[in-house]
Design a protein around this ligand. Structure first.
Ligand code: ADP
Ligand code: MG
Length: 221
């Protein structure tokens, strides 16, 4: 079943067209990789998929709904089912790992007993149970990335979008991250989209690999 569709999406900044008509369809549980060099428009595209940025033209259809033609509150409801991990993660340095992961649940007024259970469950799943009480700055890049994924998964999203999750990881940590993505996929009903600049690397488990070049997306898998 198709979850999210982009139909001829365009986006310009100050007269410079970054996306020139992007078509993409993401199905339930699909693992999609978007490759492209720095400045190609990956972050712009990820934010449009996360319903955080409005395109200039074209349509974004999520669960059959034309996202930018409905009212704000409906769009907000739809947005809550998509988790977006920005390139710089945005973990809060003054909160420990537990609280960072709990944040989206607190925002949704989840009961504290449920939060406790949910955070512990995700921490086990992602292998970060050992540092729930540590602070983000004391973690390695790979560990921080796992915490950001845990936080994103806390609200059980239908789509998880990660902007260049391997940008600051060495090869070994990148490999571990891709393994983790495949573990997550085996356990959860979640579609995963990642952006990367790695043009040569083979990404295990990817269902479709696209390249973003000159403002258009091309399937290269
Ligand atoms: N808010 C913005 N204002 C003006 N230009 C922007 C803005 N965001 C991105 N751009 C420009 O759009 C192009 C694509 O940026 P981006 O989507 O961040 O690409 P990528 O993530 O692939 O590096 C770049 O040339 C960038 O400078
Ligand atoms: Mg980017």
């Amino acid at each position: 079943m198709v979850l999210l569709q982009l139909e001829g999406v365009t986006k310009s900044y100050m007269g410079q067209q970054v996306l020139r008509g992007v078509y993409l369809s993401i199905s339930e549980r699909e693992f999609v990789v978007v490759r492209g060099r720095s400045g190609a428009g990956k972050t712009t595209l990820m934010k449009i998929m996360a319903l955080l940025l409005k395109p200039d033209g074209g349509r974004v259809i999520y669960k059959g709904i034309n996202v930018w033609s409905v009212n704000n509150s409906l769009r907000e409801c739809l947005r809550k089912t998509i988790a977006y991990i920005p390139q710089f993660l945005d973990l809060l340095p003054n909160l420990n790992v537990f609280d960072n992961i709990a944040l989206p649940l607190i925002a949704r007024r989840t009961k504290s007993a449920v939060i406790e259970e949910r955070v512990n469950e995700i921490a086990v799943e992602l292998g970060i149970k050992g540092f729930l009480h540590r602070y983000p700055n004391s973690l390695s890049g790979g560990e921080r990335q796992r915490v950001a994924i845990a936080r994103a998964l806390a609200s059980s999203p239908e789509i998880l979008i990660a902007d260049e999750p391997t940008a600051y990881l060495d090869d070994e940590s990148s490999e571990e991250l891709y393994k983790l993505i495949n573990v997550i996929r085996s356990k959860r009903r979640v579609a995963i989209v990642i952006a990367t600049t790695e043009l040569s690397a083979n990404i295990p488990g990817a269902d479709n690999v696209y390249i973003l070049e000159r403002g258009v997306l091309r399937n290269i898998s």
